[in-house]
Design a protein around this ligand. Structure first.
Ligand SMILES: C=C(O[C@@H]1C=C(C(=O)O)C=C[C@H]1O)C(=O)O
Length: 205
């Protein structure tokens, strides 16, 4: 199957790994499907890491996000958009969606992450679970990407639902052209490595 960079109304064409051709995925699968902490990977490069929050508001999530998170029709979400940089070059753009019901109670502190990494919190939690990735190939000028991050090459993107304390959130990441890809030693989803008790079944679409 040939994957076209999506240019349709700004909605990335998200697919599961098994829906993509092996040939297309082969060059990138090692790092794209690595489910360890991306923040930690970027810190490990030894370059100057920074995270900048661009946007955080209570708003209606996109319909596909609402569906994945199984949110009731009227429920709002906190939408957070950040960019991660290495040596001042933007390398990852991320959009995360937290249903209001996730941010009540013990996870309330996630409302105040500011420029701190969500990943640092998630990967410190022994009860964290992560769903299998959905993947998309975006045009460099896809409306999904903020205009100032538009580039002349296509960009791989992935998204995955996390659960902490049984509360769901959706994290989508776009890998920009300055992203330093790497060879992961264990390019398998942690649910398959047995590090997490179970795949989050309800997020399989
Ligand atoms: C999920 C991770 O967290 C990163 C940090 C994010 C944030 O602070 O909003 C969003 C997406 C991630 O790339 C990670 O480090 O793997």
């Amino acid at each position: 199957m040939i994957l076209q960079a999506s240019r349709n109304a700004g909605v990335p064409h998200w697919r599961r790994e098994e829906q993509l051709s092996t040939a297309l995925l082969a060059p990138v699968r090692s790092w794209l499907l690595d489910d360890g902490s991306l923040t930690q990977h970027l810190l490990n490069t030894g370059k100057q890491f920074s995270l900048e929050r661009w946007h955080q508001c209570w708003e209606a999530p996109r319909p596909d996000e609402r569906k994945l998170l199984q949110m009731p029709l009227k429920e709002l979400a906190m939408v957070r958009q950040i960019v991660m940089r290495l040596d001042s070059n933007a390398v990852v753009y991320a959009r995360s969606v937290f249903p209001i019901s996730t941010l009540n109670g013990p996870l309330r502190r996630l409302r105040r992450l500011h420029n701190k990494s969500l990943g640092a919190f998630l990967f410190s939690r022994p009860d964290m679970r992560r769903s299998p990735f959905q993947i998309a190939l975006l045009a460099g000028d896809a409306p999904y990407l903020p205009e100032s991050l538009h580039q002349d090459t296509e960009a791989w993107a992935r998204r995955s639902c996390f659960e902490v304390a049984d509360k769901p959130m959706l994290v989508s990441e776009v890998f920009l052209k300055d992203f330093p890809s790497w060879q992961s030693a264990t390019p398998l989803h942690r649910s398959r490595r047995g590090q997490v008790s179970a795949t989050i079944g309800r997020f399989r679409s």
